[in-house]
Design a binder for this molecule. Structure first.
Ligand code: P6P
Length: 335
C-alpha cells in the first residue's frame, strides 16, 4: 500500500515527535512547490521557460528563466501558511520576510530554488535544495543574523531532483526517506526509507578540469584513485560529474561515492564554490543521516559557524571512509 508524504510525516510525528504540525505544513507546502517546479521544468522549450532571464543573481551569475520561476513558486507557496517567519534564497540578495498581512511562524526556510542551472537548457537533471531552521527565541523582527546558525541546528533538510523521476529526499533527523512523484495521483509516494550510504566506494565525483588548481591533499587523493589497482588504493575507480550537485548527491545516497568541490587557486580568496547555508548544510545533514560524512577538508561542515548568508565552502561528502581519508590528507598536509 502506498504511503504518501503526509502519512509519513504524521506517523513520524506519532513515533518520534520530531514534526510539529507547523513543520509538517511547511514540508508539505515545499513538496507541493517542488511539484509545480517539476511541472515547469518538464515543459522545457514547450513552456518557453528555457534560456536566460537576462539578469544576474547575488552571486553575479546569469539567472535562467527557471531560476526565477522556481524562486517565485517557493516564495508564494510559503508566505501565507503561518509556519514561517522568513525565507532566504540563492536568488535573492537579502532575506524575504513574511508579509505583515500573514501570521509569522517559528521556522526559517532557506533554499537554492533550482540548483544545476547550467544543465537546464541541455536537459540534464537539476533540483531544488532546502533547509529549515528554527527562528531564535525572543526578538520581534527576524533579521539576517537569525539565519546564521551552524548546520547542526537544522530541523529539516532535503532536495527534489527533477530527473527521469521527480524524487523528494528528506530528513528530519531520523534517517533519510525518498518519495517519488506519482504524476497520475499528483502526490509524492514513499519509495525508500532508512537510506544507507556504503562506507566504501569506487566512484568519485569532481570537476577534473580544475585539477591543476587543487591543493596538494586533493591532488594526492585523486592521483591515488587514478593510479587504480596498481596504485596505493589497490583498486580501480570510476568517475562521475553531472555538474548538478542534487544529481551527484542523489547518486551517492543511492549507491555510494564521494563528491568533492574543493577550494582551488582560481579564486583563492573564496573558500569554495558551493554555498554553505542552502547547498552544503542540507546536503551534509542528509549524507550524515545516511551514515556518510561531510567536511570542508578540515572540519565537519555542520559545525561551521556561518558569518554571511551567502558564504561559500569547500565540500567533500559521501562514503565515510573516503571522506575520512581526504580529511586525513588535509590534516597531515597542515602538520
Ligand atoms: P562546475 C551548479 O552550478 C553547482 O552549483 C552545483 O550544483 C554543481 O555541483 C557545481 O556548481 C558545478 O560546478 O564548476 O563543475 O560547473
Amino acid at each position: 500500500m502506498n504511503i504518501s508524504l503526509s502519512r509519513y510525516l504524521v506517523e513520524e510525528q506519532r513515533a518520534k515527535g520530531k514534526i510539529t504540525p507547523e513543520l509538517r505544513l511547511l514540508l508539505e507546502v515545499v513538496a507541493r512547490a517542488c511539484k509545480s517546479i517539476s511541472h515547469s521544468v518538464n515543459k522545457g522549450a514547450l513552456g518557453g521557460v528555457l534560456g536566460s532571464a537576462g539578469s544576474e543573481n547575488v552571486q553575479g551569475e546569469v539567472q535562467k528563466k527557471l531560476d526565477i520561476i522556481a524562486n517565485e513558486v517557493l516564495i508564494e507557496a510559503n508566505e501565507w501558511g503561518g509556519h514561517l517567519a522568513a525565507m532566504a534564497s540563492e536568488e535573492m540578495d537579502s532575506i524575504h520576510l513574511v508579509p505583515n498581512r500573514y501570521p509569522q511562524g517559528e521556522y526559517l526556510l532557506l533554499f537554492d530554488p533550482l540548483d544545476g542551472s547550467s544543465n537546464i537548457d541541455v536537459n540534464v537533471s537539476i533540483g531544488t535544495i532546502f533547509s529549515v531552521l528554527r527562528k531564535p527565541e525572543g526578538g520581534i523582527d527576524v533579521s539576517e543574523a537569525d539565519f546564521l546558525q551552524a548546520g547542526q541546528h537544522q530541523v529539516a533538510a532535503g532536495y527534489c531532483v527533477y530527473g527521469p523521476q521527480t524524487t523528494l529526499v528528506l530528513t528530519v533527523g531520523d534517517g533519510v526517506a525518498m518519495f517519488t512523484l506519482d504524476r497520475e495521483q499528483g502526490s509524492f509516494v514513499l519509495t525508500q526509507e532508512k537510506i544507507s550510504i556504503p562506507a566504501d566506494t569506487k566512484e568519485f565525483a569532481i570537476n577534473m578540469s580544475n585539477m591543476r588548481h587543487w591543493d596538494e591533499p586533493v591532488q594526492r587523493y585523486i592521483g591515488e584513485c587514478l593510479q587504480g589497482v596498481e596504485g596505493p588504493r589497490g583498486k580501480d575507480f570510476n568517475m562521475r560529474w553531472i555538474a548538478s550537485m542534487v544529481a551527484d548527491v542523489h547518486r551517492i545516497l543511492t549507491r555510494g561515492g564521494v563528491f568533492m568541490y574543493p577550494w582551488d587557486k582560481r579564486e583563492p580568496h573564496k573558500p569554495g564554490k558551493l554555498r554553505l547555508m542552502y547547498e552544503a548544510n542540507p546536503m551534509s545533514w542528509l549524507v550524515e543521516q545516511a551514515g556518510g560524512a561531510a567536511t570542508n577538508g578540515k572540519q565537519r561542515i555542520l559545525d561551521i559557524q556561518p558569518s554571511q548568508l551567502h558564504e561559500r565552502v569547500s565540500v567533500i561528502l559521501g562514503s565515510k571512509s573516503e571522506v575520512d581519508r581526504v580529511t586525513h590528507y588535509h590534516q597531515s598536509a597542515q602538520r
